[in-house]
Design a protein around this ligand. Structure first.
Ligand SMILES: Cc1ncc(COP(=O)(O)O)c(C=O)c1O
Length: 321
């Protein structure tokens, strides 16, 4: 069905985007490479400029610009949490883009996998949601592909269910195909994945600019999108359900956190372990407090995971930085 036309003052929308006023060789430009990202409105330019002018600092310092910078980071995490309907800003991690975040998490998860464990991806995926998982084949992880139904190019849910096994650890699936625009039934994928104790990883890069994201309704464990696709700066946004990150100490404390301790206040939450921060080589922040042992909200940490969490805390404690 064709949606009803919306009453939009296009000229006033266009005026918000300075790049649309650009002229090259005296002629107005037309941007056709939209997968490369959106142009940004003046308010995004103003906000980023104001960061450089009034709060450009490293994190965790006890001086005004650093405190402003930390406060802004918390504000942006809260906004990102609202954007994907996460329970809490603690569930949000930033990184350079979707692909980099996916590689970071796949490597972190891989530390806890054994040869013969399986990752299930689908034939609907962008390469950013395939290569990071294929890279794990080097250590004996098996990567399977769920098929699509043609000619409609939708995810074949029956095939996906057939490919799930007791060794499936994670199902990586797109929220919408960037090639054909079809939208898989993600709650159905989540319930199939959780039934075998696997996590669900959702690539919402293409869906993000077109629909509202609701990680709770999807019942996914991870979701990643990129703000440069929806008028923001070039940045990846990762949601991970709360207990994926629990038990992680700071990994990049160094001097600013020392300043925090000297001033008698804790290091800012933004410095806690995450794929966006450097992780110690021994354990994974992702898995602290959580193992593959059932459905998302009901999954309970197993003892090995608690040990991992303790090791992780020791490895990340400020004294070891
Ligand atoms: C569906 C989808 N997933 C992932 C990506 C990769 O995103 P990023 O550039 O943030 O790594 C793209 C890029 O166009 C995409 O369309």
């Amino acid at each position: 069905m064709i949606p009803a036309a919306i009453d939009l003052d296009l000229q006033s929308v266009r005026r918000q985007f300075p790049a649309l006023g650009l002229r090259i060789d005296g002629r107005p430009v037309v941007y056709l490479d939209n997968p490369a990202g959106t142009q940004v409105p003046q308010r995004v330019i103003d906000r980023t400029t104001s960061y450089w002018q009034t709060m450009n600092a490293n994190q965790g310092g006890v001086f005004a610009t650093s405190e402003r910078s930390d406060a802004l980071m918390l504000e942006v995490r809260a906004a990102a949490a609202a954007f994907v309907n996460a329970d809490s800003p603690e569930e949000i991690v930033f990184g350079p883009n979707m692909t980099t975040l996916t590689f970071a998490v796949s490597r972190a998860i891989a530390r806890e996998l054994r040869a013969g464990d399986e990752i299930l991806v689908t034939r609907l995926e962008h390469d950013g949601n395939v290569s990071p998982w294929l890279a794990l084949q080097e250590q004996g992880i098996i990567v399977r592909f769920a098929d699509i139904k043609t000619p409609e190019c939708t995810l074949d849910l029956d095939d996906l269910r057939r490919q799930l096994t007791a060794r499936t650890r994670l199902v990586a699936v797109t929220h919408a195909s960037n090639v054909v625009g079809t939208i898989p039934d993600l709650p159905a994928v989540a319930s199939a994945a959780h039934a075998v104790g696997a996590w669900m990883w959702v690539d919402a890069v293409h869906y993000g600019p077109h629909g509202s994201i609701d990680v709770q309704a999807l019942d996914c464990d991870f979701l990643v999108c990129s703000s440069y696709k929806f008028y923001g700066p070039h940045l990846g946004i990762l949601y991970g359900v709360a207990n994926c990150w629990s038990g992680c100490g700071p990994t990049r404390s160094g001097r600013p956190a020392t300043s925090c301790r000297a001033a008698g206040r804790p290091a800012p939450r933004t410095m806690r372990a995450s794929p966006a921060c450097s992780a110690p080589s021994s354990t994974s922040p992702i898995l602290a407090g959580r193992r593959w042992s059932g459905g998302k909200r009901s999954r309970r940490p197993c003892s090995e995971s608690r040990r991992t969490s303790r090791r992780w805390r020791r490895a990340c404690s400020p004294a070891s930085n």
